[in-house]
Each structure stands twice: as C-alpha cells, then as structure tokens.
Design a protein around this ligand. Structure first.
Ligand code: GLC
Length: 526
C-alpha cells in the first residue's frame, strides 16, 4: 500500500490541487532556464529537481527543454553536443561607450536525452568555459544576466514556437520574467508565454553589494541597467523574479508559509505577503529508478519492503567501510549532505558527542563543504575512533550504503525549503530524525507509539536538547524490533514519486496561464 503524506496543517492556501483527468490536459511547451541541471552539473539539490521534473513531464507528452551554461567541466566525449547556433550576439546595452563591448557572443549547443528532454547550453569562453566552479564569482550577476538574455534571445528568434511556460529557478535566472515583461512584451513577443519562478532557497537573492545600505536598495521595478554598470550589482534578481512572474512557488507548502515571516523571508516577506495569492508550495520528489533498494548496484544486499531484514548485510558492510565495530545490535546514526550552516551541522556535532558518551551507538558522516565543519567532524572521529566514521570527499556509492545500512539519519536544519535526503533515506528504511521546518516538516510524520503511525522523529526548536531528546527516543524505540520494523515499513511506503508531483506542476502551469490571461498580477507594472 502506498501512503500519502499526512500534512500537519490542512488549512493552508499554498497547496496546488491537481487536474484529475490527464487525457484532457493539453500538452504544453515548457522551457526551464537554470544555473545547473543534472547530470551535467550537480552542485545543489535543485539540479536534480529540474531534470527529474522535466523527465516526468516529457514522459507525459509535454515538450520540455532546459537552458543552462556550458561549463568547462561538462565532458563532450560523454555527452556529444550538437552545435545548433554559432555566434549568438547578446546585446550588453552599451551602444556608444567604446570601453565596453556592445555584444557578448555565445554558441548554443544541444543534447537530446533519451527521455526526450532537450538540454540547450550557452557556450561562452570568458563567463562559463574558463570557470571551474558553477557559483561564487564576483561577476556572478553578469554570468547569470548573460544566461537570461542569451536564452531568451535564442528562444525568441531561433525556436519554432514560443513556449507556453518559461520556468526559472532561484535568483540566478530570476531576471528572466523581468526581461520578458519589460523588453519582449512591448515588442509583441512572448504574448502567450507565462513565467513561473521556483524559489529553492530565499536566502540567496543576487545582490552582490551590501543590501543593508539604503543606497543599495532595489525597488525591483527600475530599468535593468547595461552590463558592467555598477548599478547592476544592486539588483535584487529574486525580488524582480517575484514581482514579474505570473506564479511563484517554493519547494514545500511549509516553506511557502515560513517565507512570509520575518524569521525566514530574508527581507522579502512583506512583498511576498502582498503577492501571496500567486504563491504556492509543491514538495520535490525523488527518482524511483535511481533510488530503489531492490535494484541499487551500490548496496551490498538488495532488499524490498518484504525483506527489510536484509539491511543487516548492508549495515555490516557499512561498519566495515568506516572501521567501526561490527555489531548488529548497535544503532547507527548518520548524516549525508552539504556541511553547511543551514543544515545545522555545528549543532549536530556537539550533540552527537554528548550522546556517544552516554549511549552505545555509532555515527557516520558523509559530506563536504565548510572547512570548519569538516574539521569538527574529523575531531569527533578522533575522539571516538570505534564509534564514529567520517568521509569528507565526494563519493557517489557510500551514501547509498548509508541509506541502506544505517538505522537513523539526522537532519537538524536551521531552515530547509524541501530537503531531499530525508526522502531518499526513507525509501531505504533508515529513519529520519529531523527538525520540523519547511519541507522536513511536510515530509516526515512524527512516530506515534499509540497507533504505530509515523515515519520518523521530529523536534521543533533549533537547540541541542531538542535534538538530543529525539535521538534518545529513537534509540529506545529501536530496541523494540517489531515496532522499529513498523516505522521502517511506514517510511518505505510513503509516496515521494515524481509522477504525482509533476501533475501538480501541470496544474500550477495552467494556473500561471490563467493568471497571465486575466492580467491578475501585472496590471500596475506597465
Ligand atoms: C535547495 C534547498 C533544499 C531543496 C533543494 C531543491 O538546495 O536548500 O531544501 O531540497 O534546493 O529544491
């Protein structure tokens, strides 16, 4: 039996109701524009969300493309790219000043994936090809503005038909709806195209200058300056995306509610409050083929909901990999993910240290990121050599073994728009212990001992005692094998598949088309 998520709050207005009869839905032409997409670039969770959503929509017969930069590290031997346009001239806005080029030149390359999704790559030596990272350059605002302008120019002038939907993600591409509205619409272009902005993380907004100063305030509506102009650094890309999109959504209903508050809105809460009737929340999904314990090649032993006891073989292998004592009876707590302030890794290390002094448990951690946090994790391993194992380098096989062999997975995030690891781990029967925030709150249902429902353990406040308390609760519950097995079955049978979620996006796209037609939100933007 597949279980549906049982959200805590059914009264919110951010849910998207699905269109029921799939056959009656007209097929849409959808274009995503994003900083990255899997498998070509996979820095953040957003990259897989875009690709798997696209794949599912293409399977349902929609025409889906993704525009992104051609980074130097994308290997053209593995992915042969076809050159579809040479020398696209993207105007910089400088026509008279001899100090600045009037155009930047991009090539456009394409890769059509087996599932039918077309990836378009903007190739530019200076801004993408020569850079070894995706993010964090001082001229990021120019790199993403180039992606926005370049993609729109190619779509408008060189594609057969204008799309029904342009879907942009996070601040990097949030300038697109602004450009569509101010520069294309007056010329009669993109008249039937609606723009959707997904916020994966509101804390990044694109101002590359101190936004706290009054002088740097961006009202969001002023004219976009020419490239290289200092004023460009003041633009709050995300704010502009929110203003000019027909619909804005975030990656969970919980986070949609939270960003309306001062504590989570990062300065955009008042604007979002004003525009909340175009704000929605749709939880992400996970890929059921890639994350399938029955067929996963990275597991020592495959298993299903009927053979959960086979996880013990993976547990032994995991203990061996991390040089831990090989003991079935000791619970393994784990962490997999970015070592980042957002994820509460600092709090976790502190609490795990206290916990391991008093309880017979083990802890494994896989992740990289912040150097201080990496050091903290390594120090913990030195203190408890038999109880703690740490891997701080990129490894694609070990996380699967953790999901399939560990007993509990910790996610004490300060904030979490959606979170993906908790869903992956549940599918493999490792039980999440999470802070009840954003998407974690929406996907994890607290275990209830009176009727044995729930698929994890949750705590409310971001503090050590709250996390400690749930770890103790999980450790004690784990001793009762029958009860623990029930929680595992609950977790493994929760539905996180993309099919259901892609239907919600189709409903969202149709809403965007409707809002645009009726001119609900852009009347006073002209
Ligand atoms: C960001 C968020 C994370 C979310 C992901 C994909 O990385 O921090 O919570 O799961 O985007 O939407």
């Amino acid at each position: 039996m597949v279980r549906k998520l049982n959200h805590n709050d059914n009264s919110n207005s951010f849910a998207v109701s699905q269109v029921m009869d799939k056959k009656k839905i007209s097929k849409l032409k959808i274009i995503h524009i994003a900083a990255e997409a899997a498998p070509f670039s996979t820095v953040g969770g957003m990259s897989s969300v875009i690709t798997y959503l696209s794949r599912t929509l293409a399977k349902d017969g929609h025409d889906v493309s993704i525009f992104m930069p051609k980074f130097g590290f994308i290997d053209e031997k593995t992915y042969p790219l076809e050159l579809v346009y040479k020398g696209l001239k993207v105007p910089t806005g400088h026509t008279k000043d001899p100090n600045f080029p009037s155009h930047l030149i991009c090539n456009v390359k394409r890769y059509v994936a087996e599932d039918g999704v077309s990836f378009y790559f903007l190739e530019n030596m200076e801004y993408y090809e020569k850079r070894s990272n995706v993010y964090n350059y001082s001229d990021d605002y120019l790199r993403w503005a180039l992606l926005a302008y370049g993609s729109l120019q190619y779509i408008s002038n060189h594609m057969e038909k204008e799309p029904d939907i342009i879907h942009v993600h996070d601040w990097h591409t949030a300038l697109v709806p602004n450009i569509v509205f101010k520069e294309y619409k007056p010329k009669g272009k993109f008249e039937n195209t609606s723009c959707v902005l997904t916020i994966h993380n509101i804390s990044f907004q694109g101002q590359s200058i101190d936004p706290a100063s009054e002088l740097n305030f961006d009202d969001g509506k002023s004219r976009i300056p020419a490239f290289y102009n200092d004023r460009f650094k003041k633009l709050n890309f995300l704010k502009r995306g929110i203003i000019y999109s027909d619909i804005v959504n975030t990656v969970s209903e919980g986070y949609a509610r939270q960003i309306l508050t001062q504590a989570y809105g990062c300065g955009l809460e008042i604007l979002l409050m004003e525009l909340r009737s175009k704000l929605f929340g749709i939880i992400n999904g996970i890929d059921y083929v890639k994350f399938d314990p029955q067929n996963d090649p990275f597991l020592e032993a495959n298993f299903s909901i009927n053979t959960v006891e086979r996880r013990l073989i993976n547990k032994k292998k995991l203990q061996k990999e991390f040089n831990l004592e090989q003991d079935d009876g000791v619970p393994i707590f784990a962490f997999v993910g970015r070592l980042d302030h957002q994820k509460g890794v600092d709090l976790m290390i502190e609490v795990v240290e206290k916990f391991l002094k008093d309880f017979n448990a083990q802890f494994v951690l896989i992740g990289s990121g912040d150097m201080e946090l990496e050091k903290g994790a390594k120090r913990l391993a030195e203190k408890f050599p038999k109880k703690v194992g740490v891997h701080t380098y990129a490894n694609f096989t070990l996380p699967k073994l953790v999901f399939g062999g560990a007993d509990m997975l910790l996610m004490p995030s300060r904030f979490e728009p959606c979170g993906i690891v908790q869903m992956e781990t549940m599918r493999y029967g490792a039980i999440p212990i999470v802070r009840a925030t954003g998407g974690l709150d929406d996907t994890v249902e607290d275990f209830n001992p009176s009727d044995l429902t729930g698929n994890g353990f949750k705590f409310k406040d971001f503090d050590g005692w709250s996390l400690y308390g749930q770890m103790v609760r999980a450790q004690e519950t784990y001793r009762n094998k029958t009860v623990w097995k029930q929680i595992q079955l609950n977790a493994m049978s929760t539905d996180f598949s993309w099919d259901n979620i892609a239907d919600k996006y189709i409903a969202l796209y149709n809403k965007a088309i409707h809002f645009k037609k009726e001119g609900y939100f852009n009347k006073n933007l002209e």
